[in-house]
Ligand binder design. Structure first.
Ligand SMILES: Cc1cc2nc3c(=O)[nH]c(=O)nc-3n(C[C@H](O)[C@H](O)[C@H](O)COP(=O)(O)OP(=O)(O)OC[C@H]3O[C@@H](n4cnc5c(N)ncnc54)[C@H](O)[C@@H]3O)c2cc1C
Length: 597
């Protein structure tokens, strides 16, 4: 008998899945999965972001959620074909639930499901007004005292937060808050972004002057409005700031600049937040049902406490406050830390003519930007990939976290081989290198701990050739009036000390704005529980607390890099919309708390 083509095999399996699920036959459905299977669900079955690992977890989830979810119409996605390579059949799929339409991805091994990704595309009856369904704009006909678009926008801006309450308040108007608000706008969820900076984009503008995005443009698009084709590969920070400001305006977001959230508290009885905002110096009280902290995972500075900092007579600041190198020509600068910010700041100081020393306490993963682009990202996010950004996001999402490192290790092995001489030169200069605890490189470090790496755009050469001096394997002992004393006794004279010592967990924002109890109740934000450095176990299977329900009703965390902000804002916005519309959203497998920070 002839082997069926991939389309036939996938269709057969989807038909069997459809039949089993429609009949409520959990065991038959589970039989269609491999023993080592993974089902990653982005809010369609679980109203959560959750990966089921192995048949038992699939069985448990279906037992709990199948009756409610009412899935149907599983098929190969319209216009797509399944493909087969190396014994794995892959296909884009579509399906429906009782309340939503879903899109996904499936990999079959030996005729059974190995990985399944199910994601919510839209809620039935609450589709976004796009394409043919976009707003008319003009109102044809004649009407007395009709309001123009501008007048309507101005009236909305004047009323929201004063005469009527937003359903959702997003604290933090960086790219995270902005991307989420754009989606909520399309879903007609009244939302205000509260941002203490004056203008959208300021969180990028205020960073050190030499900063350009470390990720390429194909990875960085915002929802709905991709960068134009002439946009630089690595966007300078002020340019991305301007783009965010323009985006905020054209996407018609209710963006309150110069507005600081001072305090928030939740009333369990009315299921409502009271959010105290200082807007242009005046207090405004907002009463939303949902509160999103989009205050930045790289925004709560980890400022170390060293003896003698109070008597230091030069300039000292955290990297997030570093103004740039201009006033440090011919000055002695000591930069504590050896990750991205430390490298960027050291290089800019060296370019400005400062005498720079980097202090490296422990190992850092370094990868050349072009190697990362070519070997790490090109297959999904590049001009050559020929793939839409949304499909690239979904393919990335379809790789279960539990085995993602297995896909990453060969990439970083290839990079190590290709750049072997480069790494040797860095080691010769005394630089302490690592490639991740299990050699899985940069993305895994980012997902596990959000730190510990440098994407090399030039500073490593300055370290290798000694232009940036390096003291490695040492810690800071103390600071004196004019120097930094290291644990090996070395004294580094200093006019400037920059603490490039990273950022703390986002639940620290909850402690500042809400209370310590709520911060502890939701626990650590970010990390997978991989039991690697700075990502303690137990295994969580998903990013802790990000974009999904937390232990505190009505409290959400949003953010991450541009890719994550774009991709996960879709699923967070749908979770919020469903709640606003009163659609039942029973959460399966709510995040448990194992660590407080
Ligand atoms: C040096 C550096 C380089 C980076 N490079 C890249 C890159 O190349 N590509 C990439 O994708 N990511 C990069 N990131 C990571 C990440 O994308 C950025 O940190 C990004 O700015 C995160 O966006 P966000 O909206 O989550 O947070 P932020 O941009 O940090 O925005 C948070 C906002 O919250 C506001 N806020 C905080 N508290 C309050 C309050 N109480 N009231 C009102 N407003 C408040 C802040 O003013 C701030 O504007 C980089 C990060 C750093 C630090």
């Amino acid at each position: 008998m002839l082997d069926k083509a991939p389309n036939g095999k996938v269709s057969d399996l989807l038909n069997a899945l459809d039949k089993a699920l429609s009949a409520g036959e959990v065991e038959h459905a589970v039989d269609l999965f491999q023993t080592d299977c993974y089902w990653r669900d982005l809010v369609t079955f679980t109203w959560n972001i959750k990966t089921m690992e192995g048949k038992e977890q699939v069985r448990d989830m279906l037992t709990a959620r199948l009756a409610d979810t009412k899935p149907s119409n599983w098929k190969i996605a319209d216009g797509e074909d399944a493909s087969e390579a190396d014994g794995i059949i892959e296909s884009w799929i579509q399906f429906e639930t009782g309340v939503a339409r879903g899109f996904g991805h499936m990999r079959l091994k030996d005729g059974r499901i190995w990985t399944l990704l199910t994601t919510m595309s839209e809620l039935k009856g609450h589709e976004e007004p796009v394409g043919f369904d976009r707003p008319m704009g003009a109102k044809h006909g004649a009407e007395r005292n009709r309001k123009t678009w501008k007048e309507e926008r101005e009236a909305e801006a004047a009323e929201l937060g004063y005469l009527r309450q937003p359903y959702c308040v997003i604290v933090g108007g960086g790219q995270g808050g902005i991307a989420l608000a754009a989606r909520l706008r399309q879903l007609n969820v009244p939302t205000i972004i509260v941002e203490k900076n004056e203008r959208p984009g300021d969180s990028w503008r205020k960073r050190y002057k030499s900063l350009c995005l470390h990720d390429p443009v194909w990875y960085d698009h915002l929802p709905y409005l991709p960068f134009p084709r002439n946009w630089p590969v690595f966007s300078p920070k002020d340019k991305i700031g301007d783009w965010l400001e323009m985006y905020t305006k054209v996407m018609e977001l209710n963006y309150w600049g110069s507005s600081e959230c001072k305090k928030a508290s939740y009333d369990e009885k009315s299921s409502e937040w009271t959010v105290i905002v200082q807007r242009h110096g005046k207090e405004v009280v907002l009463k939303p049902k949902q509160l999103v902290l989009a205050t930045g995972m790289s925004a709560k500075p980890n400022m170390p406490k060293f003896e003698g900092m109070d008597i230091f007579e030069g300039d000292q600041h955290h990297s997030s406050q570093h103004p740039g190198p201009d006033k440090y020509k011919n000055k002695k600068a000591v930069v504590i830390g050896s990750n991205n910010s430390a490298h960027d700041i050291c290089a800019a100081l060296w370019e400005a003519g400062a005498d720079v020393t980097m202090v490296q306490r422990s190992t850092t993963h370094v990868v050349k930007s072009d190697s990362l682009m070519e070997l790490g990202l090109a297959a999904l996010y590049s001009v050559q990939s020929g793939m839409t950004t949304s499909k690239a996001d979904l393919i990335f999402a379809s790789l279960p976290y539990k085995i993602l490192h297995e896909f990453q290790i060969p990439v970083y092995n290839a990079i190590r081989e290709r750049d072997a001489d480069y790494y040797k030169r860095l080691e010769k200069a005394g630089f302490l290198l690592d490639y991740g605890d299990d050699d899985s490189g940069l993305f895994m470090k980012y997902l596990r701990r959000g730190s510990g790496y440098y994407i090399d755009v030039g500073a490593s050469e300055l370290i290798a050739n000694g232009s940036i001096k390096l003291k490695s394997g040492v810690d800071v002992e103390k600071i004196t009036e004019h120097s930094v004393i290291l644990s090996d006794g070395t004294e580094l004279p200093a006019d400037l000390v920059v603490y490039a010592t990273g950022y703390g967990s986002m639940n620290g924002w909850a402690a500042d704005l809400i209370s310590r109890e709520v911060a502890d109740k939701v626990g650590k934000v970010w990390g997978l529980g991989s039991n690697t450095t700075k990502d303690p176990g137990p295994w969580e299977g998903e990013q802790r607390n990000m974009w999904k329900p937390t232990q505190q009703d009505g409290l959400w965390f949003h953010g991450g890099n541009l890719h994550q902000s774009r991709h996960y804002s879709q699923f967070l916005s749908l979770q919020l919309k469903a709640r606003m519309e009163g659609i039942p959203t029973p959460v399966y497998g709510l995040q448990q708390v194992h660590h407080l920070s």
